[in-house]
Design a protein around this ligand. Structure first.
Ligand code: UDP
Ligand code: MG
Length: 326
């Protein structure tokens, strides 16, 4: 780190790499990263987050770290998932720009300098890779298209490939957001909703997996969709849950009351005209009214409970401050 930096960060680029049983890939990957970044004169650190590997990944990391002082390793006690690994990695980074990539050599380190430049010179908060030409089985690429379409539609972010492992971030972004559960698929969405709106995209090279096997099956799409629902809901209504539950509850309750009024009115009308009326319990509408009223009241109660929880929670007043003066 002899070079004088024009910013207060200890290194220019931090690379966070979550990994689960990727021992064979690591030596090649770290050598390749080192070669590219040295060529481009970028100071860097690599954070290898061992997410509970059961092969020799951790030993390999130890050996590599002895010869390359830019490598740092963190080992989880068990497997927590890619999001957890990224989250811990993000907390630890010190670079001006933070990149993430997969450990399996499917992502190419050659992309790193340009991803770095797009943040520092291009002015983006976040740049996401786009595996325009993918080397994955069809069973994965087709559902992925659907997944990306739905996410684009719900989030309004025009990215082609939300789940690309290769991304770069301004340091402020990774220190402001939290990635949990399986939310690594939606980091651009979380970032946008935290106010980081300059989101870019870069076409990146993609390779077939060279060693090891994929760690995600088809359940990723079901969970992924549920997660999208959660973050959409949470980001809009976390601070005001009653607005959501209250609206739904009111609609349902009013609908139930209207149907009830109709049923009562009909009965009274028929009685006055000496016509024979059906029993209310004989009419499907009655049950609809019953369900709607009860559901409405329940939604209301849920809203009040959610407000109470939110009011007493520790995060009720955490806001992201972008800048200050004086
Ligand atoms: N990974 C991880 N923890 C997990 C699952 C995966 O750290 O629980 C890592 C994995 O080692 C790889 C990256 O996340 O570096 C992407 O996983 P994978 O290549 O299996 O996903 P795919 O490319 O098939 O989408
Ligand atoms: Mg992969």
């Amino acid at each position: 780190m002899s070079k004088r930096l024009s910013h207060p960060f200890p290194v220019e680029l931090s690379i966070v790499i979550p990994l689960l049983n990727e021992a064979e890939s690591l030596p090649e990957l770290t050598r390749w990263i080192n070669r590219v970044l040295v060529e481009h004169g970028l100071t860097y650190e690599v954070l290898l987050i061992d997410d509970g590997s059961t092969d020799d990944s951790w030993d390999v990391i130890g050996e590599l770290a002895e010869t390359n002082k830019n490598l740092r390793g963190i080992r989880f006690n068990r497997n927590y998932g890619k999001s957890a690994a990224l989250n811990v990695g993000f907390r630890e980074t010190v670079g001006r720009v933070v990149c993430t990539m997969d450990a399996d050599l499917q992502d190419s380190p050659e992309e790193l300098p340009e991803l770095y430049r797009m943040i520092t010179e291009g002015g983006f908060d976040l740049v996401s890779g786009w595996k325009q030409k993918r080397y994955d089985p069809l069973s994965k690429t087709i559902p992925t298209k659907l997944f990306n379409g739905v996410t684009r539609w719900i989030s309004g972010i025009q990215l082609h490939d939300f789940n690309c492992g290769l991304k770069s971030y301004d340091q402020r972004v990774v220190k402001s957001i939290e990635v949990y559960g399986e939310m690594h698929r939606y980091i651009p969405v979380i970032a946008k909703w935290s106010g980081f709106r300059k989101i870019g995209e870069k076409v990146v090279q993609h390779q077939e997996r060279k060693y090891g096997v994929t760690k995600f099956g088809l359940e990723r799409f079901v969970y992924g969709f549920l997660d999208l629902m959660s973050i959409t809901f949470v980001s809009r209504f976390r601070r005001r849950p009653m607005h959501f539950f209250g609206t739904m509850g009111t609609l349902s309750f009013v609908l139930g009351m209207l149907i009830t009024l109709w049923l009562v009115g009909e009965k009274v009308y028929l009685a006055f005209n000496n016509l024979k009326a059906r029993d209310v319990t004989d009419q499907p509408l009655f049950f609809l009214a019953l369900v709607a009223v009860v559901l409405g009241a329940m939604l209301f109660l849920t809203g009040f409970l959610a407000e109470l929880i939110q009011l007493n929670g520790p995060n009720r007043n955490d806001y992201l401050v972008r800048e200050r003066v004086n």
